[in-house]
Design a binder for this molecule. Sequence first.
Ligand code: MSP
Length: 480
Amino acid sequence: MNKPFYVTTPIYYPTGNPHIGSAYTTFIADTLARYHRAKGDETFFLTGTDEHGNNIAKKATEQGVSPKEYVDNYAEIFQKVWQALNISNNYFVRTTQPEHEKFAAQVIQKAYDNGDIYPDSYSGWYCESCEAYYEETDLVDGKCPNHPTKQPIYTTETNYFFRWSKYQDWLLELYQTNPEFIQPSKWANWVKEFVGSGLRDIPVTRANVSWGVTVPFAPEQTIYVWFDALPNYLSTLHFPQFAAQNYYQKFWSEAVHVVGKDILKFHAILWPAMLKSAGYPLPKTILVNGFFTVNGQKIGKSNGNAVDPVELSQKYGVDAVRYALLSEFKIGNDGDFSFERLDVKYKSDLSANWGNLHNRVIVLAEKFGVDTNNLLAVTDKVVTAEITKAETEYHRAFANFELFEAIQAVGNLASFANKYVADHKPWEKIESAARVIINDLAVVISKLAELYVPIMPETAQKATNSIKSCEKIILFPKLD
Ligand code: MSP
């Protein structure tokens, strides 16, 4: 059955070019979007940039430009990088768009009208990189838990607080009655524990940050970046061009937010409470990805060892980079990504297991006169069973956001076919028998090209074209 599908990435801070970490989350969202489009589901895929706050204003000052000039430049860079990485987002949202700013102001106003926002003074350890306050007990060796090199500053401020604590029981009830809300489930357990240990109200306006959205009921203050950023997922659906097509009604209840584990707290605990307070229904799923290191080293803009995903793609091709990342660890787990692994996967999984199989079958089809543009139904029941097994597992895995498992199912089908060629040696058979075997194998390579569409879109398209024209193609060229 066709259903609308809505997938989002976090809106990234434009404090540097996108790195391989942000590309990973974006690849996950893109793969899900492409899977649903291929299924015929009406799909909306949103990414964008989170452009307010002191960190951005500071970066702009460092570069000697205005915050507006700074974010305009980076919004363009992000869009170019996503284009170079063949990301199929339907829209790119920026929190400095007036339509978004208006919506974010309405959200906080609605929470205020609902009695959930009150003025108070606050003291705590403020991490400038997170733009968030921590309690003494949250700190690790006196440093920010997310930025071990950053010294948080003890700050006292008078601002407006959100009654987060009021939603503690409601949230616990939500996780209990809706176990699919946070996936994979180990992260749901983490969230339950966090909420169970008690929620404290948090300041959601800032007196000393001028680069932000004005608080409608306190115009001398601006909205806290997270209270401004999270509504992007909802504000975009209300932008005039999307409101005209009823996007909110169509997509909101189907929303899947793909986020890294570092920002799970905001998405699984703060965002639902904000929505409840402002009177909106909830998204469907928060899908959490773990963090990976590159060659054993932590990556991140603040660590200065960010890997450029575009450079990597120029060497291996975008599809191989996507494949290597998505097939290396299960979504939700941490892992390591190394150039050696990328090389191995390129040569074994891609070039040998898929690329060679594809060409072997095309060459055989050409030689034995099998019309790959008009394939017949599969004859060998064993082949039919393998195709069905792969497809069933693939769709089950996608329905559960298990991309690693979906990729394995396709890879297993390719391995089966490679063994089938070696075992059945069609070139040693009489022509009619050979043609039956080759037809079955050609059905398998068509299936591989179809199932790989969401994972390696460009290569899958090339494979499909080569089957249609029955012409050899090098799917994965030799690396220099
Ligand atoms: N602006 C906020 C998000 C607001 S969403 C309403 C933000 N931006 S960020 O630029 O810091 O992006 C963080 C996200 O980048 C992580 O949640 C994760 O999706 C991705 N990753 C950054 N480094 C990563 C790894 N090393 N590994 C995996 N994902 C990584 O937070």
